[in-house]
Design a protein around this ligand. Structure first.
Ligand SMILES: *Cc1c(COP(=O)(O)O)cnc(C)c1O
Length: 230
């Protein structure tokens, strides 16, 4: 199937999941995840109405953004090394992978130098997996408190990647845990912290993520097909 057909199908599934769970479909946005995807197919997705493109690697994103400009928002979803913060604040509209204070402080300094306020999500390692990035659930609220005063960052919400399951229903408790964390953070009324966004759900499990409150779903294979190995 073509990129355009895939996007139509994903959007239908998104709308159904929103309806099933009594949510406003307009509050769930689709991100096309484009690591390893050719430029032409990214452009196809943007022409089909995708307005958020998610990249994992700063270097790869830099080339694409210089070439395509900003017909869409560019979000960073991959692990960010502190020494790449200076590029990241100039390239991206939002950084989903802020998961430690040291990185946040460097992003804040670099955003200040670039004269902008950078939107960030706090990435939470909701399953406590050693191989995944993200702040452990138990420390997430403390990290939000520590990042909140940094004037050139604006916390917009939370991001997670649950453990991988064959059956997406098994991911549900992890999505729910992120939503409950968000609700606890909202109840803390921490100044300057917004909790508008829950970035969760990928090709295999995005319908369940929407039922549990996702506001941004990150879809790669469901739009572009299987990625090349390596
Ligand atoms: C690759 C990736 C996705 C997309 O995964 P698919 O299974 O291709 O939909 C989403 N989020 C992150 C952080 C990723 O690295």
């Amino acid at each position: 199937m073509s990129v355009v057909d895939n996007i139509r199908l994903v959007r239908e599934t998104m709308a159904e999941a929103s309806r099933r769970s009594g949510r406003d479909p307009a509050r769930v946005r689709l991100m096309a995840v484009t690591k390893t995807v050719d430029d032409d197919r990214i452009i196809e997705a943007i022409r089909a109405g995708v307005d958020i493109v998610g990249e994992n690697y700063v270097q790869e994103a830099k080339r694409k953004i210089y070439k395509m400009g900003n017909p869409c928002e560019w979000h960073l979803i991959g692990r960010l090394q502190t020494n790449k913060a200076k590029y990241a604040v100039r390239l991206f509209d939002m950084i989903h992978s802020s998961d430690r204070l040291e990185l946040a402080q460097e992003l804040d300094r670099r955003a200040s130098a670039a004269g902008r306020v950078m939107k960030v999500l706090i990435e939470v390692n909701i399953g406590g997996e050693e191989t995944k990035s993200g702040i452990p659930l138990a420390s997430a609220t403390d990290l939000v408190r520590a990042v909140a005063p940094l004037e050139n960052l604006s916390i917009q919400g939370l991001m997670t990647m649950p453990p991988w399951f064959n059956d997406p229903e098994e991911a549900r408790p992890f999505f729910r845990a992120l939503r409950e964390l968000r609700d606890r953070i909202i109840a803390e009324k921490i100044p300057r912290v917004e909790m508008r966004e829950l970035s969760m759900g990928m090709t295999g499990d995005f319908a369940v993520a929407i039922e549990e409150g996702a506001t941004i779903v990150r879809i790669g294979r469901g739009i572009f097909g299987e990625r090349q190995a390596g």
